[in-house]
Design a protein around this ligand. Sequence first.
Ligand code: AMP
Length: 284
Amino acid sequence: MQLVSTIGEWRAFCDAARLANKRVGLVPTMGALHEGHASLMRQAREVCDVVVATIFVNPRQFNQASDLALYPRTPEADEALARNNGVDLLVTPTVDEMWPAFPAPVATTVSVAGVSDQFEGAGRPGHFDGVASVVAKLFNVTGPCAAFFGEKDFQQVAVLRQMVSDLAFDVEIVACPIVREENGLALSSRNVRLSPEGRAQALALNASLQAASAEVASASTLRYRMRKVLETAGVEVVYAEIVDPQTLVPVGDHESGQKRALVCAMVEGVRLLDNGPVVVEGDK
Ligand code: AMP
């Protein structure tokens, strides 16, 4: 595995790989790597010839300074995890390399309207502008590739698919399944901020998804079941919604078919996300 931190070295590596007819796989992360990130690296390894992983805690996507300051950083363990999961190039750019103007405003922002507006976009103003802007830059430096993202951040995948389609990036977005602990808790770098009690409470997110998918019903019945599980566990619900999996528009009670349940809750001050497939049957 090679380690680089400049845009020049990173671009040269990817250009050389394509020149040798190799398919490039990109795994963008913010570090504090866990088995969820490792699964993306392994999926990239399976279908690509070279795997490029990036670790960059992008300050532009944090709307709260405290969240950025508290974001876990484990560079040595990250390097070992990347090495053990088939990464060929690990890119760890500094903020100065990625956004030389920062903390002054960066002149260019990529903003994806519509699919960004609700849920994480509403709760974290500017978050998806920061995500779309940094991922656009990662795609521009990496060049044509397959890029692997986790369904854990379901809305993020929808935002990035829209961006790729609107701006004609030569990038195939590959959405990978959520990796969970045995008890059902979705792995997240933020879980390290939870106490043992908090981790137990956080199980309510997955439990709410299980309740929603247990029996087919109308969207509002599923929403009600999710909220009940979350409220019984005593977590602060930010949203619990049934949405169209492409547009993320909330599903009406007359609609039927395969949809997505999205849940967000605060546990011990940590914003936790989860989601899963559901089937709804509209009221006649
Ligand atoms: P992050 O470092 O949190 O920005 O995440 C980097 C990538 O890993 C994103 O595409 C996430 O969706 C993905 N990811 C994070 N947690 C998981 C998980 N539990 N299962 C699958 N993918 C994940």
